[in-house]
Write a protein that binds this ligand. Sequence first.
Ligand code: DQA
Length: 166
Amino acid sequence: MKIAVIQGPNLNMLGVREQNIYGPMTLDQIHEQMKATAAQNGVELEFFQSNLEGEIVDRIQECLGETDGIIINPAAYSHTSIAIRDALSAVSLPTVEVHISNIYKREEFRQTSITAPAATGVITGFGPFGYHLGLLSLTQIISEIKAMEEAQAAHESQETQEQAQA
Ligand code: DQA
């Protein structure tokens, strides 16, 4: 199972920026923790961070056919980017949107995520642990989808065999 982790603008500044809101962990430290959880669950992670909207759109598009799901923190673009939302809708992969802070108890302009309706679910306000929760949730969702697809395929092949014998 392969999952893309896509990080939006200013998340490369974690550990430096507004520690009272985002805490002391750096992005690399968060990713190291995710790697440990992923290894335990047989998941391969691919990390990407960009401060540029178009690069995030490109990265999402590249996931099609390559990746089973997406964990994304679009950061400030959550509140502005129709382009990122459209890209998520276009690839239509299981997606968890993560926010380190609780966007619902912050400034009014942060309380709407334009991108969230294109995600399967949203995790907000649990600090960096939200990425861990996101990874566990997405792994579960993808496993369920794969199990359903396998059951469907087995059912169809049985039907084909029965038709051939009739
Ligand atoms: C954020 C919340 C956004 O409002 C903000 O612009 C960010 C980080 C979060 O993870 O809490 O950069 O997405």
